[in-house]
Design a protein around this ligand. Structure first.
Ligand SMILES: [Mg+2]
Length: 185
């Protein structure tokens, strides 16, 4: 199969790194338990311009200091021996270098990488069979066109339910869903 894999809050814990730097900038002290919105900056009352300015300044450090989620690296490596792996991230290309270096540093194997907010278009064009992602809007968009998504469970996506959405709360569960999808292909 051709598997598309998101990075932030799917392969790595982006929430804690964002909170660390956003707390530093704002003087607030939000914790992961406060994160009920996919768009963390909204919890700080910031508008898009403020978020963009903070992200431009700290994005490199945020991305470099995000820890991998448990077993993500070993399971992606295992999957890459059997499937085609495309990393598909909505990060801007400004952070391409730190992203590629982080993947290398954490020994995550993949065949290609795309930086795009149009994940559906990317998956259709490159014939991706299943996307693994945490974002509620991608899961809903894919479900509408009957494409499967393995949804990495986060507090802000618990409301998403659909026959084509396979929920996983850890990487061994992601692997089980991939094996199942492969068996019914
Ligand atoms: Mg994500």
């Amino acid at each position: 199969m051709h598997i598309g894999i998101d990075l932030d809050n799917t392969v790595l814990d982006a929430t804690s790194a964002h909170l660390h730097y956003y707390n530093r900038v704002s003087g607030l002290s939000l914790t992961p338990g406060d994160v009920t919105d996919f768009y963390i900056y909204r919890l700080y009352g910031w508008d898009d311009a403020k978020r963009d300015a903070v992200y431009r300044e700290y994005g490199h450090e945020i991305h470099w200091n995000s820890p991998p989620l448990p077993m993500a690296s070993s399971i992606v490596r295992e999957l890459s021996a059997r499937h085609r792996i495309s990393i598909i991230t909505a990060r801007p290309t400004l952070f391409r270098d730190v992203t590629v270096k982080w993947l290398e540093a954490h020994n995550i194997h993949y065949h290609s990488i795309a930086f795009t907010e149009d994940k559906l278009g990317q998956c259709i064009d490159s014939k991706v069979d299943v996307l693994i992602d945490d974002a509620p809007h991608y899961a809903e968009q894919f479900a509408l066109v009957n494409r499967p998504v393995i949804l990495y469970e986060q507090p802000y996506n618990v409301h998403v339910t659909n026959d084509r959405v396979y929920r996983a709360s850890n990487w061994p569960q992601v692997k089980q869903h991939v094996d199942h999808l492969e068996s019914i292909q």
